[in-house]
Design a protein around this ligand. Structure first.
Ligand SMILES: [Zn+2]
Length: 266
């Protein structure tokens, strides 16, 4: 039997971090992420970059290098409290400016104020947004059912308790919940104690990196979407991966890599 329970490099678990508002403290947080090899997505309001020179913009790009730059609307608007056309402009203007900075397509988002409804989701769809994070802490480790309504596990205040529980569950044979998703704002680290707290969380998780894929939000979206698009033969004797990224699956308890664009016969 084939199971879709393996992620990058055949790992069974994923951890992602997600930070909003593009605070100056992002730089210190990213230094921490880089020291321990973890990854984050940074949801930015690009209005604050509108008067920056080309040189200053490339500085911004450099700060976020190796992590994901993602939308958070141009002005940090309330998505359900503005006209739909305003919301569309807020998202598209943010995308355009961030894409100028990042020099790649920016299709991720998090909801400012955690504010959204069905209409907002449909507007985001039209704007080419592929995932958007809410602020509803599930305290669970499941993958999202709808990427445009992506509920995180926990705000970073609850991250140590969740990280410990996540690591404990990793050794359970019957555990199929793969994702720990931590979010917050780097400006909330107001004291050295708070910086130490988040470093302790990151360090604890990085000690388990043999089994954890540290990914940006978009890397998770891309992987799960590609996994869902794998073409599995009805007789389960072959699997074709039409995507541009390698994927891993389990067949009868054994792990297989399905290279990008290739068919694997069993
Ligand atoms: Zn925000």
């Amino acid at each position: 039997m084939i199971s879709f329970n393996r992620y990058k490099d055949g790992k069974k678990f994923i951890v992602t971090f997600s930070y909003d508002d593009g605070a100056v403290e992002d730089k210190r947080l990213i230094d921490l992420f880089n020291r321990y090899g973890v990854k984050g997505s940074f949801h930015l309001n690009s209005k604050k970059y509108k008067n920056l020179s080309g040189e200053q913009l490339s500085e911004i790009k450099k700060i976020y290098e190796g992590h994901e730059i993602s939308c958070h609307t141009y002005n940090h608007c309330w998505p359900t409290r503005v006209p739909k056309t305003t919301l569309v402009n807020e998202v598209i203007d943010d995308r355009r400016k961030l894409e100028d900075i990042a020099e790649y397509t920016v299709c991720g988002m998090s909801y400012p104020f955690g504010d959204y409804n069905e209409e907002v989701i449909s507007a985001l769809n039209e704007c080419g947004i592929l995932y958007s994070r809410t602020t509803k802490n599930t305290k669970k480790f499941s993958l999202p059912e709808n990427f445009l309504e992506w509920h995180p596990t926990t705000h970073h205040d609850g991250a140590m308790e969740c990280a410990k529980r996540f690591i404990e569950k990793m050794s359970s044979k019957y555990n199929n919940d793969p994702l720990l998703y931590i979010w917050g704002h780097s400006f909330e680290f107001k004291t050295e104690e708070k910086w130490q707290f988040i470093e302790d969380v990151i360090k604890l998780l990085s000690e388990n990196k043999e089994d954890i894929w540290f990914a940006t939000n978009m890397e998770i979206y891309d992987y799960i979407t590609a996994l869902k698009n794998l073409r599995v033969a009805a007789n389960e004797k072959s699997v074709y991966n039409p995507s541009a990224i390698p994927l891993w699956i389990e067949k009868d308890g054994e792990v297989f890599e399905i290279p990008a664009g290739k068919t694997v016969n069993f």
